[in-house]
Ligand binder design. Structure first.
Ligand code: ADP
Length: 166
């Protein structure tokens, strides 16, 4: 087997609206597997989001300070085309529960059909974070509930600004 010159690069794509401690945990556990990870925010015109792509990228960058093997980027169009352009050989995704599985499987199989050389790698969510989703965090924050411990401090701050204006 030949070594990849730039090391093994993986893409972690997602909406990250917003980035949570579940996402962060997955990234931390993946660092042992890849030489470089590109966290890629999906720019999807069709999906209504709370935060702009620029805001989402900035929150991720602030939450991932001092990790020089991680790049934060955004993309639109086909994920496999973006992954190829980045020289990636893997797509990283997380699975929290059976309910994630069906959608993730469909997407992984479609991506394999489109680009067989790129493999999707799944990591199971940590027990401590498996109940966290961006959707739930937004819902709780919008109702004034406590979100500390669910998201990194930079995200907590932005959610407070968004919903409470402070
Ligand atoms: P998408 O809209 O692409 O699903 P998300 O930002 O919701 O974007 O999630 C990106 C990836 O991170 C998905 O594979 C999702 O299953 C995974 N993920 C989300 N929350 C968690 C969590 N708490 N623990 C582990 N993985 C997670």
């Amino acid at each position: 087997m030949s070594e990849k010159p730039g090391g093994v690069i993986a893409i972690y794509p997602g909406s990250f609206d917003p980035f949570t401690n579940g996402h962060l945990d997955l990234i931390e556990r993946s660092t042992h597997l890849f030489d470089k990870l590109v966290v890629a925010v999906l720019h999807n015109e069709g999906k209504k989001s709370l935060f702009s792509v620029a805001e989402r990228k900035q929150m991720i960058e602030r939450s991932l300070r001092d990790r020089d093997h991680i790049e934060v980027d955004s993309f639109d169009g086909l994920l496999v085309d973006y992954a190829s352009a980045k020289g990636a050989i893997a797509i990283l995704r997380g699975i929290r529960a059976i309910s994630d599985y069906e959608y993730e499987l469909q997407m992984a199989l479609m991506n394999r059909r489109l680009q067989p050389e790129i493999e999707t790698v799944f990591l199971m969510a940590s027990e401590a974070y498996s109940f966290i989703s961006s959707r739930m965090v937004k819902e709780v924050a919008s109702l004034g509930g406590r979100i500390n411990g669910l998201v990194p401090p930079a995200v907590e701050q932005k959610l407070r600004e968004k919903f409470q204006g402070v």
